[in-house]
Ligand binder design. Structure first.
Ligand SMILES: [Mg+2]
Length: 398
């Protein structure tokens, strides 16, 4: 028999001058972490306030991370906390920030894991993951800017715009006549849908408010309600049954955020879609929710789950399991992520963050459009700097 020699590989042709990816990679040289308090024009209440669990919301704490590299690329990202937690997140972010100095900013998954393990004894969900989010989001912003692409395009967009709904259609503190006025203005302004808060101690008041709003909007206009986790299983069952007649797009957080089985039962029992997930703070928690069939719409929040890296994991599992997507809050980030989701998503429209950025979001015919600006497409405004309570820098500006 003749020996087979064709699979012998010659290494002599390797170019001795070629550099490896690790050798030619960029390096993170400067990081700035800042704490900014955004004041709200009017204190806001949902059902958690009505039941005494929380005080009305008067301001939001934002943790910004700004990153610059040796090769002159910039990235910006943020996390946030409503009510307590902002200063704690800021302190944790400052502790883990130095781990990024000298690292290749393109290795986002590895850097996410590095930051996660830096604080792992405090847990891999909650405050510690939320403190990672500003860095992770800044790294994705930077990567898209390096590519000269809007983040949605870097990820692989399914659409250039996302239908969006007005989340401030009616808070619990807003009297019904004012709610009806707001709803009409909102519909005329060309928004794609409207969400009302529910969860009054007396369910009949919720039903009356939703009924009046449905009358004004007409049968076909997308309408959602949000109970902010205030019902137990019996009350949620009663409420979902009563709301079936209004053809709602979804009923949000009818139960405690961690009662995945309870949400799954409601989802199976009623035609109206169930939405939840905004309170979860890791990809692992979302995986549990999705695998329990706990919601028809998943509502991850990139800053809350630790950034865009874990959000992409949630998107992959959600799409695989046929879930719809309606990310919570932070539309400036979620527009890009929702644009890259295979199933038509909804974007939550909050105008609150607008004053912190120089750029305006483009809303037309009920849809928010991805701009052609590279990265996430926003920069901090002068006003945001006025609201800045503290800032710390790491490394040296290249
Ligand atoms: Mg909600």
């Amino acid at each position: 028999m003749k020996a087979v020699e064709s699979n012998v590989v010659s290494y002599s042709k390797v170019d001795a001058n070629a550099r490896t990816a690790a050798e030619s990679g960029d390096r993170i040289e400067w990081i700035k972490v800042s704490l900014v308090y955004l004041p709200l024009a009017t204190p806001v209440s949902d059902a958690k306030v009505l039941t005494g669990r929380q005080k009305p919301l008067t301001e939001i704490a934002f943790i910004f991370a700004e990153i610059r590299t040796r090769d002159g690329f910039d990235g910006i990202g943020f996390g946030y906390s409503k009510r307590a937690g902002g200063p704690g997140m800021y302190e944790h972010a400052k502790e883990i920030a130095p781990n990024l100095l000298g690292e290749d900013p393109s290795d986002i998954s590895r850097l996410f894991t590095k930051l996660l393990w830096a604080g792992a004894s405090m847990g891999r969900s909650g405050l510690t993951t939320q403190a990672i989010a500003p860095f992770d989001i800044a790294l994705w912003d930077l990567k898209a800017k390096r590519a000269g692409l809007p983040l949605a395009k870097l990820l692989g967009a399914h659409r250039d715009s996302v239908q969006c709904y007005n989340t401030s259609g009616g808070y619990l503190h807003t009297p019904l006549d004012q709610v009806l006025k707001n709803v009409r203005i909102s519909q005329e302004s060309g928004i794609g849908g409207i969400k009302l808060k529910v969860g009054q101690p007396d369910l009949s008041i919720d039903i009356q408010r939703v009924s009046e709003v449905r009358k004004i909007l007409g049968d076909d206009f997308p309408l959602m309600v949000d109970a902010n986790q205030q019902w137990d299983r019996q009350k949620a069952t009663r409420a979902c049954r009563a709301f079936e007649q209004f053809d709602l797009t979804w009923i949000e957080e009818p139960l405690d955020a961690y009662d995945f089985e309870g949400h799954a039962q409601l989802s199976a029992r009623f035609d109206t879609a169930i939405a939840t997930g905004e309170m979860l703070t890791s990809a692992g928690e979302h995986a549990q929710l999705i695998m329990t069939e706990g919601s028809d719409f998943i509502q991850p929040d990139a800053p809350r789950v630790g950034g865009i890296t874990p959000f992409l994991e949630i998107m992959a599992l959600g799409a695989f399991k046929g879930r719809k997507l309606a990310p919570h809050f932070a539309m400036e980030i979620h527009l890009h992520l929702a644009a890259a989701y295979p199933i038509e998503p909804w974007l939550e429209h909050f105008e609150w963050l607008g004053p912190m950025f120089n750029e305006q979001m483009q809303l037309k015919d009920g849809r928010m459009y991805v701009s052609d600006r590279p990265g996430l497409g926003f920069t901090l405004s002068e006003q945001a700097l006025v609201w800045r309570a503290d800032a710390t820098e790491f490394g040296k500006l290249p």
